[in-house]
Write a protein that binds this ligand. Sequence first.
Ligand code: GLN
Length: 308
Amino acid sequence: PTIRAAELRRLLEDLIDEIRAADDWGVPAQYIPELAAVDPAQVGAAVILADGTEIVAGDADRPFSIQSVSKVFSLAAVLGRIGDDLWRRVGREPSGTRFDSIFLLEREGGRPRNPFINAGALVTTDALLSGREPQQALSELMGLIRWIADDDEIHIDGAVANSEKATGHRNLSLIHYLASCDNLQNPPELLFGTYVHQCAIEMSCRQLARAGRGLAGLPRAPRMVSPIRARRINALMMTCGHYDGSGEFAYRVGLPGKSGVGGGILAIAPGIASIALWSPGLDEYGNSRWGTWLADRIAQAAGWSAFA
Ligand code: GLN
């Protein structure tokens, strides 16, 4: 807790000015048509400190598609529902593969490496869906997110969900592969529909940073999981949250983080801050290019690290 709020506010504004001046935005996700159409020239940041101070800069109040950042919340919901039984179906090891890879799934008998690659997130959402209609499972998840973010306006963008559904052959193939290995409990179409809607949740940086307060262990934050589970989710975010870019993110930023192909990143400075960053242009791993840069610069300037 070395940096003062006023200093941090100036830092965020300066960094965002620097990004805007560079005018080199990169390319948004192309494989989901609705995301490919997003204007890449956008960048936002929100940081919430332990005393509740919210510091925002740039497009921090513009909602974006959180995509795989939602996997943190579905994991929390499922751990709350079935506890450690989930780990019979999903591992806790980094994959070193692309987020949508099928490669290890065949080699490892249909048990995905971790809950953040697509295969593992699909199993997690399958567990969320069991015993529920898709609508119910999604409203349970939305209820959780609205509660931890303190905001009932958060919703799902149906156009993004349908756009992913229309082009999601890779995820469908993962789903069918999981089913062939007996690692699914629900019909493939129902799981696919639920998953694309979960990924199509829209949040702003401010809303996402609020949702991360419990994982950061900030005082008075609504807690979606117990403190020990929060620690474990943070560990998974650190080791697996950026797919085959996770080692690099841990090295550069030193904080647990979860990315999504909408260009969002949730990063956690345990005990200190919840951080949300967004810019739609992606790097070669499908992680936000400027979001990663911002996380790096903020962590260095503020002296925040899980390894301090
Ligand atoms: N909905 C996306 C997909 O399954 C999420 C991927 C991501 O954000 N990395 O392909």
